[in-house]
Design a binder for this molecule. Sequence first.
Ligand code: MD3
Ligand code: FE
Length: 202
Amino acid sequence: WCEEIAPGAVVLHGFVRDHGPELLAAVNAVVAQVPWRHLTTPGGFTMSVAMSWCGNGWTSDSQGYRYSARDPGSGRRWPVIPDILMALADEAAQRAGFGHFVPDACLINRYDPGSKLSLHQDKDEHDFSAPIVSVSLGLPAIFQFGGLQRNDRTQRIPLAHGDVVVWGGPSRLCFHGIMPVKEGFHSLVGSHRINITLRKAR
Ligand code: MD3
Ligand code: FE
């Protein structure tokens, strides 16, 4: 079912529950070309979350993070976003009331037990009028969702395998994070949580 947890933030519970195998195959195809990596934050910490991407990807340099169409190491374009993810992004955005959505960047996060994502805003995209579609696979997690100020109170939202959340409108710039993922085993994904976010970066 469809639940609006804040203005512009819509949880589509179980939206892709029956599509785990195809989605994982798409993830694995991207990861075969862009192996999991642990980025260093501008503050010098190594992230506990492992990342891969397609479409536009992250480049970090002395200025911080940027989206780029090419791997600065090889000069080659990042892999294209798999069709199944483009289709899912559009269907989820429409279901949530945002109309057609054509993302140009896809970040894939892998959480092992204990991995977390500290409270942050996503503001490196050029167009905040486009929503972000996020897909949760594997182990469950507790999502923290705050306001426009880091110190605003946060709500905790459990996210399970197959849940899709669409973040747009007034929620697009809200602070958010993921609490440390608990130890566990998912029959399809194993001891991981995978999160796919589809975005319009440029
Ligand atoms: C709310 N990922 O990659 S997805 C991220 O589960 C990120 O891996 C988390 O935050 C994860 O940046 C959360 C849900 C999400 C993504 C983007 C948002 C929620 C958001 C942007 C604005 C508001
Ligand atoms: Fe984020």
